[in-house]
Design a protein around this ligand. Structure first.
Ligand code: GLC
Length: 571
């Protein structure tokens, strides 16, 4: 695969000695890079990534050209759900480092002109959290039990769960506890694993605690929070039955009594003033899986959160007509609330887009077959150029800039996804997108850890030797250099970045073409999602900036864009 760089690759901000100048509304067009701490870089050689490893690699992210880094959780946690089960919200888990490492990471990032976003997990904690442990000890009716959803069971002896809700990770969303006197007792609610009891957000102590946690990290200098399961905090009054099984299949399409309840918005309205007290335009981004982008827009009203992930976009197959529809729906939904659209293709919960697009078109986000890997990469590169050309903010998940595929053949014994271990549920194969990053060298863990031949918590495929940062750096045909070029162009071109609309141009079936205008220069993007070249009736005027594949062919009368290729022009 080749690409033709008309604009030479260069870091968006060279030098790095000076912090980037403050821009109003930096988050309106920010490219935010997700670091999954377990798998990014392992400084101490124990096989698990850590904060010191991330710190050491921050210059790589600055040179890549992203604006901010979002870190998945690194708090004290028994790791029943890879850190999304937090036992102490103010402590760094020793496996990742300590508070001084977190403070140092923020400081280093700021010195490089990067902002830092941490993950906040307010829907549930770990069953090892002090409150939950105390609730278990104090028994039914105690004050601490009221901070969670404890209920008596149904049936003659309370042997049935209090309602029919099913866990996202499979099985009932309730677990029965053994009371301090040894008898089988109440049940508690956990929308995810049993090790992740849901907080009862009706209880004022819960709300107080999270306001205090926000301040704790804001005081340390963090630039914002990604809010985990932001749509789940409030449950429908009375916890009503759904009356159906296989509830996971309804997610994303139907309204559920435990997701996207209107009451969640009051919580975010109470959080926003706290953030706004702090200088430096700090932000919240919602992980809110809602049935429609219009529902997502509710989370980003001007007195609530700043951004919400666009999962409808993430789940859209590489099909021009469907992409155009979701782009329009997104921009229309965000315009009235004045929030930036966001675009995302991969994260730590879904199959990487290089593998999704290697398989037949689907809206499924979990794919277990490798598919046609070369085709998947070709489409992934094209999809990335399309994403980065759209108005708003974009998210990049670590390793996608290397074109990494999902590892679909991990042996069962190394898998750690709690859903896999429960042998059912939605996301059982998420380990495949969490395999540690190959940085350099000829032997695993390819620079992820300090020693060749050293450990990594998930094994990397042998052919990742070819995908390392070291191998791809400086190779103009590599995916890494495509990302570097795209991000540099995006930062420099006046028509790219923030905005709330695109001007669609006529394009043959299977292709998308749009223009973005600015007084200082316009921009045209053409994405051909089809498997044969498309002919655009006119030569696209202007200067070719970047192509995800072969260069388009221009004659006097037409421009031919190759299959599965996205092209950028400055016009
Ligand atoms: C979010 C996280 C996911 C986690 C779940 C439960 O969806 O992204 O990784 O398993 O919440 O915390």
């Amino acid at each position: 695969m080749t690409q033709h760089l008309v604009v030479p690759a260069q870091p968006a901000r060279s030098g790095g000695d000076e912090p980037a100048p403050q821009r109003t509304g930096w988050w309106r067009d920010a490219v935010i890079y997700q670091v999954y701490p377990r798998s990014f870089a392992d400084a101490n050689g124990d096989g698990m990534g850590d904060l010191a490893g991330i710190r050491a690699r921050l210059p790589y992210l600055r040179d890549l050209g992203v604006d901010a880094v979002w870190l998945s959780p690194f708090y004290a946690s028994p790791q029943a759900d890879a850190g999304y089960d937090v036992s102490d919200y103010r402590r760094v888990d020793p496996m990742f480092g300590d508070l001084a490492d977190a403070a140092g990471l923020i400081e280093d990032a700021h010195g490089l002109g990067l902002r830092v976003i941490f993950d906040l997990v307010p829907n549930h904690c770990s069953d090892q959290h002090e409150w939950f442990q105390q609730a278990l000890r104090e028994g039914p009716g105690s004050a601490l039990r009221k901070r969670f959803h404890f209920r008596a069971g149904k049936g003659e002896n309370g042997e049935l769960p209090p309602n029919d809700w099913e866990s996202i990770f499979g099985g009932p969303a309730w677990t029965r506890v053994t009371e301090p006197d040894g008898t089988a007792g109440e049940w508690y609610l956990h929308l995810f694993a049993p090790e992740q009891p849901d907080f009862d957000w009706e209880h004022p102590a819960v709300a107080d605690e999270f306001r205090s946690i926000l301040r704790f990290w804001l005081d340390l200098g963090v630039d914002g929070f990604r809010i985990d399961v932001a749509h789940g905090l409030v449950k429908a009054k009375g916890l009503p039955d759904l009356g159906v099984h296989d509830q996971l299949k309804l997610l994303g399409n139907d309204s559920m009594p435990f997701f996207d309840q209107d009451g969640v918005h009051e919580i975010y309205r109470s959080w926003r003033p706290i953030l706004d007290e702090y200088p430096g335009e700090r932000i919240f981004v919602a992980e809110a899986w809602t049935p429609t982008v219009a529902r997502t827009a509710n989370y980003v009203r001007s007195d609530e959160l700043h951004q919400a992930f666009n999962f409808q976009y993430l789940a859209t197959p590489w099909v021009a007509e469907k992409l155009r529809e979701v782009v329009d729906l997104t921009l229309e939904a965000m315009r009235p609330v004045g929030a930036p659209a966001t675009w995302v293709l991969s994260n730590h919960d879904v199959t990487r887009h290089a593998t999704r697009f290697a398989n037949p078109p689907t809206e499924a986000t979990q794919i277990r077959t490798p598919g046609d890997r070369a085709l998947g990469l070709r489409r992934a590169r094209a999809a990335t150029l399309l994403m980065l050309a759209l108005p708003g903010s974009a998210y990049v998940y670590q390793g996608e800039e290397l074109g990494l595929p999902d590892v679909t053949d991990l042996p069962d014994e190394v898998r750690q996804d709690p859903s896999f271990l429960r042998a059912s549920g939605q996301d059982g194969f998420r380990d495949g997108c969490r395999v540690p990053i190959p940085w350099s060298g000829a032997q695993a863990p390819y620079g992820f850890g300090p020693a060749a031949g050293g450990p990594s918590w998930l094994p990397q495929p042998a052919d990742w030797v070819e995908l390392s940062v070291e191998v791809q750096s400086g190779d103009p045909t590599s995916t890494l250099e495509l990302y570097r070029s795209a991000l540099a162009i995006r930062a420099a071109h006046p028509a790219l970045g923030a905005g709330d609309g695109v001007e669609w141009l006529d394009a043959p079936a299977g292709a998308l073409a749009f223009r973005r205008s600015h007084a200082d220069g316009a921009f045209v993007c053409v994405a051909n999602t089809g498997s044969s070249p498309v002919r655009l009736p006119l030569p696209v005027p202007g200067r070719l900036l970047l192509t995800s594949g072969e260069e388009p062919v221009r004659t006097g009368e037409e421009t031919v864009v190759p299959a599965d290729t996205t092209v950028w022009w400055s016009v």
